[in-house]
Every structure is written in C-alpha cells, then in structure tokens.
Design a protein around this ligand. Structure first.
Ligand code: GYE
Length: 322
C-alpha cells in the first residue's frame, strides 16, 4: 500500500489539513490510519454501565477503524473533566463523553471547540449550549420516569400508598429527568412520597439508603421506585434483612432492564421494569464518523425503550443479550 499510494500521501495530507481534519496528524495515529477517539465514561457504577462500556468498546474497535482511548471517571465530575482535557492535549480526533452531571461543562467544551476537536455526547445530556457539541446519542429519561410513574399510578394510585424513591446520581440528567417524569405521572393520585434520596445508581448505595428508609418508616413502605436496577437490587437485601418480602410487602419498580434486574423481575422480587437501552456503541461510532467526514448530523438521536412485566421477564430472560 505504501509504495502505490506514496505519491498520493502528500495530496491526502494536504487535503486533510485544508479541511481542518486532525484525522492523521497525531503522531502514531498518522501511521495506522485509525480515528483516535477519547471516550470519557462515567465510571462502572451499574450493570447498565458495564453493558454500555462493552458496546462502546466493541463499536470503537480497530476493525471498525478506531483507536479508542478509554477513561472511566469513578463517577467524579472533576476526574471526567480532567480526562477530557487530557484528550484535548493528546490531540485526539474526536471526544465522546457520557456526562456524569448536567452542569459544569461549558469551560472544557469550549476548550475542545477551540482546539477543533468535535465532541459527541452519549447516554446523558448537559446544560451547556448546543453549539459546544456536535451531537448527542441517548435515551428519553423523562419518558422512562413517566412510564414507571404511570405503572405506579395505574396499580396503586386509587388508594393511599406510601412510596420511597432511590434516586440516581445527584445532578445527572438521568436522575433529574426520571424524577420529573415520575412525579408528573403520579400527580393527583393517592400515592404519598414518604422519602426520596440518592443511592448514586449503585447497589451499595441502594442498600444503604433502603436500610435507612426501613429503619425510619418500617412496614409503612408499600412501594419503591428505584431510578435503576442496581439500586433496586441493593434494596432487595435491605428488605429481606428487615423480614419483608420484596415484590409482595413492598412493590418495586425500577429502570434499565439489565440481566440481574430482569432476573429479579422473573423471580417475582421486582414488579415492573422500564427499559433503558445501553447498546449505543454502533450509533455513536456512526455519528463520530459522519461528524469527522463533515456530514450534517442530527443534534439528537434518541433510542426507544420498552417496559416489562414479570411475565415478560420470564419469557425474555433466556434471550436477553445483556
Ligand atoms: O440507568 C444507570 C447508570 O445514565 C442511563 O446510569 C444511565 C444510567 C443508568 O448508572 O444504571
């Protein structure tokens, strides 16, 4: 290839520099012809996150023309911003961020823009101006919360029912929008919100916060809404330890539908799960390629979600890919 294309390489390099594409200018990247992408992942807080990371790594593979620089920020916003800064300094071709929180992105997104590096958001959104990123691929979290709330309203809304909520990471668009959607759907029903606290989207967080709820409200709790499966799964331990039966004494609705959540639903320990699809890698990779090719891309790509009953879970579990 080198011999045949030798003469064309200069023309190619010139064309690239004229279009402002940094595709082959970054050191080693110049030799391998791969698109270097820095991916700033939130961390590894949940089953959803593991499935999302796996999907992203599979899509941003060398066979697909990418060199992926992966960073997981352990759910710390400062660490995630530092990772994005380091991608800018490395001169990557594009940056993908799964933003931990909605706020706080203006400065570093401006720095990326000034450096001519396009940013694509995946999963969660930010409050920064739309001009500061090229595109977002994610889910309708408000609708997910609303679907969970509709289920609660339909099944428990006509008689007084005490609810506790395990919220996701404070300040994340996933937690904020799910809370809004759910609150909207149960408005005007007889569901009474006893308490609502963050369990940070983790099993451990869900368990600890649920233990606190049980100490405070005991068997007054009739319904639990967990912003993700993992917190619901952590809460199962706390509920069982308190001598109560999850799925019966306390009805449980969660969001995500990852494998362990679907197992709990099939086992009758959860009562309903709203899906949140983590398999976003191929869509994000296609957007990155389109942006770098100078094509016009949609500002937002929303992946549709379903919702599952216990019967659905029994049927679907054997064939679920994650
Ligand atoms: O629901 C949760 C994860 O942002 C959609 O983050 C994502 C959420 C997901 O930790 O499990």
């Amino acid at each position: 290839m080198k011999k045949i294309l030798g003469g064309l390489a200069v023309v190619g390099a010139l064309a690239l520099s004229l279009t402002g594409c940094t595709g082959t200018t970054g050191g080693d990247a110049a030799d391998d012809g791969l698109i270097t992408v820095g991916f700033a992942q939130t961390g590894s807080e949940s089953g959803w996150r593991s499935a999302n990371t796996e999907s992203m790594k599979a899509a941003f593979s060398e066979e697909n023309g990418f060199k992926l620089v992966f960073n997981a920020a352990d759910n710390k916003q400062e660490a995630q911003i530092a990772a994005v800064r380091s991608f800018i300094n490395q001169g990557v071709d594009a940056i993908v961020i799964a933003p931990i929180t909605v706020d706080g992105w203006d400065d570093v997104l401006t720095e990326a823009k000034d450096a001519g590096i396009p940013v694509i958001l995946e999963d969660r959104t930010v409050s920064a101006s739309e001009d500061l990123y090229a595109s977002w691929v994610g889910l309708d979290f408000q609708k997910e919360g609303h679907t969970a709330g509709e289920w609660a309203a339909e099944n428990f809304g006509s008689e007084p029912t005490n609810l506790v909520v395990l919220e996701g990471t404070t300040g994340s668009s996933a937690a904020l929008d799910r809370a809004t959607g759910f609150a909207d759907a149960i408005k005007g029903t007889s569901i009474n919100v006893l308490d609502s606290q963050t369990g940070d989207f983790t099993r451990d967080g869900g368990k600890k916060v649920m233990e606190g709820f049980l100490q405070k409200y005991g068997s007054d709790i009739q319904l639990l809404f967990a912003h993700n499966d993992d917190m619901g799964l952590g809460a199962l331990d706390a509920i069982k330890a308190a001598g109560l039966v999850p799925g019966q004494d306390i009805k449980i609705v969660t969001i995500d539908a990852v494998h362990d959540g679907m197992q709990a639903l099939a086992d009758g320990e959860f009562n309903y799960i709203v899906e949140c699809n983590p398999i976003l890698g191929e869509k994000v990779a296609a957007v990155v390629k389109a942006v770098l090719a100078g094509e016009t891309v949609d500002k937002a790509t929303i992946v549709p979600d379903g919702a599952f009953t216990q019967e659905d879970a029994v049927e679907l579990l054997p064939t679920r890919p994650y």
